[in-house]
Design a protein. Structure first.
Length: 203
């Protein structure tokens, strides 16, 4: 199974990776049949920063990290690729960070064969409500609402972006089955919360 995790900006991606690479978030040692333990932490296969390439190099978008998880027999169970959408943009892309540029580069560089079995989009604007504050919250759902705040031909249009999609302003049905979604939604969040702390102080 190929799983792709998408963050928009590099600073969002770096914060996410800091948690994923923490030893407390890594799988426990694998106990083999002869009772020997194989340490699988850190369990990432690759780490890279595409933006760190030299100025003379041809730009090549790459995932920030790839996590491979194999069973005891060495068979691949799943592979998780962590991407920053902004890394997909060419160094010479004059459109900046426009939606049309991102959509074009994602289609050409990321969503290629083999296509992802599951895509997890990590966003900082996942809720339309201002109150209560939902900073740091995580929402999981099967439907997607695609909204373009800069529709071409309107006063709010972005001159650098011509992005449009026929599925805008409607609920897009899920592409995964109910069984898989129920497994994802059953994540033991109560145990995960024990690794966090609450503080009344302001940093």
């Amino acid at each position: 199974m190929r799983i792709v995790v998408l963050a928009n900006k590099w600073w969002e991606c770096e914060a996410m990776l800091a948690g994923m690479l923490n030893s407390n978030a890594s799988p426990p040692p694998v106990v083999k049949k002869d009772n020997t333990k194989v340490v699988v932490s850190p369990w990432y296969a690759t780490l890279s920063s595409p933006r760190a390439q030299g100025t003379d190099e041809a730009y090549k978008a790459a995932s920030r990290a790839t996590f491979n998880y194999d069973d005891d027999n060495g068979n691949r169970v799943f592979s998780v690729e962590v991407w920053s959408v902004s890394d997909l943009l060419e160094k010479t892309d004059l459109s900046g960070s426009s939606g049309s540029a991102k959509a074009g580069h994602m289609g050409a560089k990321l969503f290629t064969a083999p296509l992802p079995d599951l895509v997890i989009a990590v966003g900082t604007g996942g809720t339309a409500r201002e109150l209560p504050n939902r900073s740091g919250g995580v929402a999981i759902g099967g439907q997607v609402f695609l909204h373009n705040a800069h529709v071409p031909g309107t006063p709010d249009e972005n001159a650098l972006s011509t992005w449009s999609d026929a599925r805008q302003e409607v609920l897009i049905p899920p592409s995964i089955g109910l069984s898989l979604f129920e497994q994802l939604a059953a994540f033991d969040s109560a145990t995960a919360l024990l690794h966090f702390f609450a503080s009344a102080e302001r940093w």
